[in-house]
Structures are given as C-alpha cells and as structure tokens.
Design a protein around this ligand. Structure first.
Ligand code: ZN
Ligand code: ZN
Length: 342
C-alpha cells in the first residue's frame, strides 16, 4: 500500500459504508505536536458508527482509530512534552478547547469545540500519527502495546463507573459483556460491587465470571423477573449495549433509590419507553456517560497494576495491511477487541 518512505498506510472513512486502506503522507509535525509510531490500535463500535455515517461530528475522509498506543518517534522542537523519544504512550483522543463555558467549569468533555483524534482529525489506524503533546501519556514499559491500547476505552469506563457511585456491597448489574461491559464488570467489582451480568454469548459470560470478577451471569431473558417491588432489583445498573430494549431493561432492573448508567452508544434516532411514574416512585437516578474526562491517567495505572488479565480482552490481532479481514472479524462480533498492529 505504502509506496515511498514519506508515505504510510492508513485506514480511512472515505464514504458511508466503508473503511478503506490507502496511502497518505507521513504527517509533518507542527509546534506542540508529537509524532507517534503506532504499535497497537483497537477497532471500536464508534468506528462502525462512523463508517455508517451515524456519528454526526465525524469528519469525512478521516483516518479512524481513537484507541491506540505507540512509541514516541519525534517531538517538535518547540514542544513542551512530558514524554521522550522511544517512550511507549497511550493516547487520550479527546481534546477540549479550554476556552468554552464547559471547559471553564470542570466539564471539558462536554466542550463545544471538542476535537477527537480518530473521529474529527486523523487517528491511529495508521503507521504514524501526529498528536498534540497533551494527548499522550507515558505507559510503563512492562505493559504490552496491545494492553496500552485499551487505555482509552478503559478511561471511558473509569468515568462510567464514577457515575455509578458504587458503595461497598452494592448489587450491580452489567448488561452486555463486550469489551466495555467486561471492563465495567472489572472496575465495578474492584470498587466493591457484587456484579451480575446479562450477556447472550457463552464465551463472554465465562470471561465475565472467570477473569473479570462477575459473581453470576445470565443469558438475556433468564434473569429472574423484577416485579416492580421497591426493594427488588440492583443498586446500580450499567447498560453497555446501546439498544433501546436494553436501556429500558436497565431502568426496570434498578431498585428504588438506585442508579442507572447508560454507557452504550445508541443510534441518534433511537427512542425508549419508560414509566415516569416508576422513575418518580423509585426515585431513580438515570445518568449517562460521555467520553473519558480525567480518566486516562487512572486507566493507565489500573492497566499497569495488572491485577486483572487485561490482555484477555484482545481476541484478535491483525496487521494494518489485513484491515479488511480484521473489520470482518469485528463485524461478526464473535470475539472481543480486534487490535491492529501496523
Ligand atoms: Zn472507542
Ligand atoms: Zn471547550
């Protein structure tokens, strides 16, 4: 694909319905930037939304990839960076403007001018990528690049679990045990929750139980029904699917006084049907979680501690030249994280 030493191979959203491999010039560094040689880049559900034209803020012809790690190749001389050439780094792709009302009020993730590496500007499904120095964070060298590429999705889950405000001994339900759901199970468990999971895949249920800390796992429709009594259900429910029916289930499975966290990304046009009376009578807190504010450093620490076998989240690795095969495996949905190693 790549034909000269100044060119590199990238996977780019060229038109609705397709992510295409193509050649592109290796980016020239600007002041404030770091050039990263990408080592591992995960495919995410957001990439599927982008490919289908379902992400309103995605830029046409953008190089995808917002979950990646790599090695610092070059630092622009006019750049203050806390990393050095050769460091393994993870990337926080969400870059706020630091000027708008949200940025000035401790909600930078809701920035009205947020740009996102791999969504609005070129990302890490690529051999090289230039990113602002503030986007990179050093990862200890004992962490593998594949595990380091999990820092971004894990940072989103750090924020999601913060939203759940779990107390020790709380009953927690996680609906959906894909990579995000499994991360939520792990962090909810280590936060003191007793975690139940609903997930159709036997393989994922077994990983939830055996590796990520769930205490019980059910296929959809087999969890004993909640009949609406105030004391029934779970203290905290994380919906990690992004479909209307599971968003409704999350509300219905929450006990009085409990908290629902909608983590999964729904389609723009989706709608749910829930009972305002039930929400009122049960005094439910229904909240959501958008990106990963203040989560990336904690995510890197948790990955580096290695108390959970995080590498179990990576089910497939491919070269960038094999991106089409990787995309098919990702679409089939039978594995977990599909990671590209350019
Ligand atoms: Zn993602
Ligand atoms: Zn802002």
């Amino acid at each position: 694909m790549c034909t000269s030493t100044k060119e590199m191979t990238v996977a780019s959203w060229q038109k609705v319905g397709a992510i295409d491999l193509m050649s592109k010039d290796i980016p020239a560094l600007k002041s404030g930037e770091v050039l990263v040689k990408v080592a591992a880049s995960g495919i995410c559900g957001t990439d599927l939304h982008i490919s289908r034209g379902e992400t309103p803020h995605a830029s046409k012809k953008v190089v995808i990839g917002h979950e990646f790690s790599g090695y610092v190749q070059e630092i622009h001389p006019d750049t203050k960076a806390l990393v050095k050439v050769g460091d393994l780094v993870a990337i926080d792709p969400n870059m706020p403007c630091n000027q708008c009302t949200f940025c000035r009020n401790q909600k930078y993730h809701l920035c009205t001018h947020l740009f996102c590496i791999g969504v609005t500007v070129d990302g890490g499904m690529s051999q090289y990528v230039s990113v602002p120095a503030r986007a990179v964070i050093a990862v200890p060298s004992h962490v593998s690049p594949e595990v380091a590429s999990l820092a971004e999705p894990l940072s989103c889950v750090v924020h999601a679990v913060d939203q759940g405000k779990i107390k020790t001994g709380d009953s927690v339900l996680v609906i959906g045990a894909g990579p995000i759901g499994l991360m939520a199970i792990a962090l909810a468990s280590t936060s003191g929750g007793r975690v139940t999971v609903i997930e159709p895949s036997e393989m994922r249920r077994q990983k939830a139980l055996g590796i990520f800390g769930a205490i019980e796992a059910f296929a959809p429709g087999t969890l004993p029904a909640v009949d609406g009594a105030l004391g029934e259900g779970f203290d905290v429910v994380f919906e990690c699917v992004g479909r209307p029916n599971t968003a409704e289930d999350a509300v219905n499975f929450t006990k009085a006084g409990g908290t629902v966290v909608w983590v999964g990304v729904a389609k723009v046009e989706d709608r749910v049907s829930i009972s305002p009376f039930d929400v009122y009578r049960k005094e439910l807190t229904i909240t959501s979680t958008y990106t990963n504010p203040y989560g990336i450093e904690r995510a890197v620490k948790v990955l580096a501690e290695n108390k959970v076998n995080w590498s179990a989240l990576v089910s497939h690795t491919f070269k960038l030249s094999e991106f089409d095969d990787a995309w098919k495996v990702f679409l089939a949905g039978t594995g977990l994280k599909v990671v590209i190693k350019p």
